[in-house]
Design a protein. Structure first.
Length: 452
């Protein structure tokens, strides 16, 4: 049986609180900003199908495993892995999973905060009426002005890091839980409003075909790797964020049910975002492969033309900020928990230290859109490189280790007790984490390496 360990950082008040927080972590810029733009860059339908497949056969079993490890270890990922490895009589080397998560946390949040800063600045533009009756061309110019200005971006990046670390410093119950209760449902409703608008935009069917007609000639090996990486990114997997949230999970909650709820909510939000954005792209003859600016260039056109657009536009960008906020908190939580546990810092101090480091790193992303835009490594700007390295390499490798540990290194009696599954359900999970997930990740990786 599981021994009663408690997290020194607190516990969620209920199953519902965990589901909300994990959904808050999962649903974020990844769904609304990134999913549409990488789908656009990778040709649409076939990419979406591979992504959905990755969510189902890799994302779901890894999420169950990651929550399970967290709840069993009840500490920051680094210390959880140390404790669990010892308990199972395995090498302390498994801790590397925790360390790579800490590094990924810093790197991911450093660019995530800059993009969230864009969303913050769009709240101000929206409320000021900048988007009223705007043309697609003008909308592109406004976005261009924002990213070419380092000072302005730095300002919003600083503000976003400030509000993130403020909540993190207040801790699990006070800070994290309260922030997500209302916002997730509101965001969902607003996305439905946008899809409703897109239905009448004149480009709806074209958008739907783009998203759901799978033409496999359009997808490359790199596209498959990006779809796999995005499955991890969007579900917050592979770097300890979901593990640490699992460590605050009460003992009596079903991990399987919670996982399905979060994965379905996350996927639905991404698909809704796609269905809101691509019709507008086609109705206005915009470019689906426009890159990271895609939603910032297209959505203002929709808000500018719809009745009540000032209100809906403002609300949308506010909610986008909140979605990013609740994700950002979870990206840095493993780092903060570790600093508290192992470096003896207070929560407040740990938040300040990690926030400052991330803020500094974020400056590189800010500059990669302007002053350093010509600075390229492997043909990628700093922002692209950070995103590629973390999302497509570090997260899948982290996920691979999680699957291997949960599937092979842990005793069956331990994982079965934690997951609380019936025999047949447990078998399916075990086959997935033992064989399907590792093979899928390795095949995608090897294919990719061959190409280089
Ligand atoms: N899942 C978040 C999103 O889609 C991003 C994230 C990545 C959060 C990794 C935590 C860990 O925006």
């Amino acid at each position: 049986m599981v021994e009663a360990r408690n997290s020194i950082h607190g516990q969620w008040s209920s199953r519902w609180a965990f589901v909300l927080a994990a959904t808050g972590s999962a649903v974020g810029l990844g769904n609304i900003w990134k999913f549409p733009y990488i789908t656009g860059e990778n040709g649409g339908g076939a990419f979406v199908l591979v992504y959905l497949l990755c969510i189902a056969v890799v994302g779901v079993p890894v999420m169950m495993s990651e929550i399970m490890l967290g709840r069993r270890g009840r500490q920051s990922p680094i210390n959880t892995m140390r404790t669990l490895a010892r308990e199972e009589g395995r090498s302390g080397g498994w801790q590397i999973l925790g360390f790579s998560g800490v590094l990924a946390g810093f790197l991911i949040l450093s660019f995530y905060s800059v993009i969230a800063g864009w969303a913050l600045s769009y709240v101000v533009s929206a409320v000021g009426g900048t988007f009223t009756a705007i043309t697609a061309e003008r909308s592109g110019e406004i976005f261009g002005e924002l990213v070419s200005n380092p000072g302005v971006q730095l300002f919003w990046h600083t503000l976003f890091m400030g509000i993130t670390m403020f909540v993190v410093a207040r801790g699990v119950r006070e800070g994290l839980e309260r922030a997500v209760r209302l916002l997730m449902p509101a965001l969902f409703v607003l996305l439905l409003v946008l899809v409703g608008y897109a239905m009448n935009s004149g480009g709806f069917m074209q958008g739907v075909h783009f998203l759901f007609d799978a033409d496999f000639s359009k997808i490359t090996t790199d596209g498959v790797l990006i779809a796999l990486g995005h499955a991890f990114f969007t579900l917050s997997l592979g770097m300890g964020a979901i593990m640490i949230y699992g460590s605050y999970l009460p003992e009596n909650v079903s991990i399987t049910q919670a996982t399905f709820t979060v994965a379905i909510a996350d996927t639905v939000v991404a698909l809704l975002a796609g269905m809101a954005i691509f019709p507008i792209v086609f109705a206005n003859s915009l470019e689906p492969g426009a890159g990271p600016g895609l939603i910032f260039q297209t959505l203002p056109v929709a808000f500018g033309a719809m009745p009540g657009g000032l209100f809906f536009g403002t609300l949308f960008f506010i909610l986008l900020v909140f979605a990013a906020w609740s994700s950002a908190i979870s990206i840095i939580e493993p780092v903060v928990a570790w600093l508290v546990e192992s470096r003896g810092m207070s929560r407040k101090r740990a938040s300040i230290v990690s926030g400052l480091i991330t803020w500094l790193l974020g400056i590189a992303t800010v500059l990669s859109f302007n002053l350093w835009s010509e600075l390229k490594l492997f043909d990628k700007t700093i922002f692209d490189l950070l995103d590629y390295l973390t999302t497509n390499i570090m997260l899948p490798l982290g996920g691979l280790m999680i699957a291997l540990f949960a599937g092979w290194a842990m005793k069956n009696s331990h994982s079965m007790g934690e997951l609380g599954l019936k025999r047949s359900g447990y078998k399916i999970w075990q086959i997935l984490v033992r064989y399907v997930t590792p093979v899928a990740i390795l095949v995608v990786f090897l294919n990719k390496i061959e190409l280089i």
